[in-house]
Design a protein around this ligand. Structure first.
Ligand code: NDP
Ligand code: MG
Length: 414
């Protein structure tokens, strides 16, 4: 398990992930720089000196050329990449005279991710980030992985690339950063449970009927976290937690039935590990992604993050409740995908990405997101028992096509 190796290294190898002054990595790339995680990452880099301290190799975006160019200029990046080729002209224009290389397209994205760097933030949204995460696993000494889809869909090629190159993964998803921080590798045999916390999202107290009809605006109103659109919808449907249950199973040496989900509406405890002696270790903090990002940047040291200090007395109380699998079927589907193995988690993810896009464009009701994922998972012939990236992408595409056919069919039925 890559995570175990990383943890063991903590004591021995305090020089790892370090290059020059202050123990921080020197050459850094940020994929998905214009997004929510990307912005938080750049904030942490700014707090530690920005371009005066780091050599920024690549910043990437999909189509937002203006914002990407402004960031590339601010950070003195070597290269800026848009994966959407139609944004290339705008990027070149916005970078004119800066000396910053402009590139475009999925191939250019993977080429940029193949540049050797000390630290790479993988924060592209969705399965679109798989190929570049795997390239980064080969060439970045540390991959700070926010893109959970990489682990859900492509754990085999990702870990293969990482271990063959001797590189290291530090999880950035707040729950997995929390678990990583309190998981005692030397006591792995004594780990009884991993307790993954979930905010419960905006519909935590809503009835099944209300959830069925929830609007886009209601689903986008997350009570605690400010995040990208797709993951915010996933938090409302609990598909985010479903992906995170799978992510946990990929990262830590526990079986699926040792992963428990607990709803914790305040999002202060980011997850916990329960040991055989009755101890439960938790990591707490304000719901601010700059904490896990700073942890991943500074590891194995702890560095300052530009976040509010946690004030427990102001908070007053922390609540916990079991998740309701009837109103939120996503968690049940995640366990089903883990049990099925092969490419089922990739199918779940692809169907959910299509369902969320259809919900956002008004073609699906909120309650139909989980129905659609379940229907696609039940379709015969989609699972290729994936192992390499090519087969994973084929499964992903087949699941998306099947989901789209159903969405059209359901929309026609009304
Ligand atoms: P955002 O939607 O805010 O940002 C996505 C980034 O990826 C943008 O830079 C966007 O570029 C780029 N992008 C979008 N589509 C593509 C594509 N097809 N190819 C290449 N790049 C693309 O997402 P988040 O920052 O919220 O999430 C990023 C990842 O981190 C996801 O996997 C998410 O699950 C994970 N994560 C996010 C958390 C959060 O707090 N936001 C917490 C934990 C995990 P452009 O701006 O040009 O569209
Ligand atoms: Mg999370």
């Amino acid at each position: 398990m890559v995570i175990e190796a990383a943890q063991q290294d903590r004591a021995e190898q305090s020089g790892a992930a370090k290059t020059r002054s202050g123990g921080l990595p020197l050459r850094v790339s940020v994929f998905g720089a214009t997004g929510s995680i990307g912005s938080n990452t750049l904030d942490v880099l700014r707090a530690h000196g920005g371009r005066d301290r780091f050599e920024i190799d690549t910043l990437s975006a999909h189509g937002n050329a203006q914002k990407l160019a402004a960031l590339a200029r601010e950070f003195g990046a070597r290269r800026a990449v848009v994966s959407d080729e139609s944004a290339y002209g705008a990027l070149r224009e916005a970078l004119a005279g800066s000396g910053i290389e402009a590139a475009a397209g999925p191939r250019a994205l993977c080429d940029a991710a193949s540049e050797p760097v000390d630290w790479c933030m993988a924060a592209i949204a969705g399965a679109a980030g798989l190929a570049s995460s795997i390239s980064a696993a080969r060439s970045a000494r540390v991959v700070a992985l926010a893109n959970k889809e990489t682990l859900v869909c492509a754990e085999v090629p990702f870990f293969k690339a990482l271990t063959e190159a001797g590189n290291r993964l530090i999880p950035v998803d707040s729950e997995h950063s929390a678990i990583f921080q309190v998981f005692e590798t030397r006591a792995a045999h004594a780990v009884e449970r991993i307790i993954l916390t979930a905010s419960g999202g905006p519909f935590r107290t809503w009835s099944a009927e209300q959830i069925q009809q929830a609007t886009r605006e209601q689903a986008l109103r997350h009570p605690n976290w400010s995040m990208g659109t797709k993951i915010t919808i996933d938090s409302a449907s609990m598909f985010n937690k479903a992906l995170e249950v799978i992510e946990t199973a990929r990262l830590f040496p526990v079986s699926a039935d040792q992963i428990e989900v607990v709803v914790h509406p305040q999002s202060i405890i980011h997850s916990m590990v329960a040991y055989a002696d009755g101890s439960v270790l938790a990591q707490m903090g304000e719901p601010d992604m700059r904490t896990p990002i700073a942890y991943a940047l500074g590891y194995p040291e702890r560095i300052r993050a530009p976040v509010k200090a946690l004030d427990l007395t102001a908070m007053g109380r922390l609540d916990f409740e079991p998740p309701d699998l009837e109103r939120f079927p996503a968690l049940r589907l995640a366990r089903q995908a883990l049990e099925a193995g092969g490419g089922m988690a990739c199918i779940l993810n692809a169907a959910n990405e299509q369902a969320v896009a259809a919900f956002l464009s008004g073609r699906l009701r909120f309650g139909q997101i989980a129905e659609l994922v379940e229907a696609v998972m039940a379709m015969p012939g989609l699972d290729l028992g994936v192992l390499d990236l090519e087969a994973i992408m084929a499964t992903d595409q087949a699941a998306r096509a099947a989901a789209d056919r159903l969405i059209t069919h359901w929309a026609e039925k009304g």
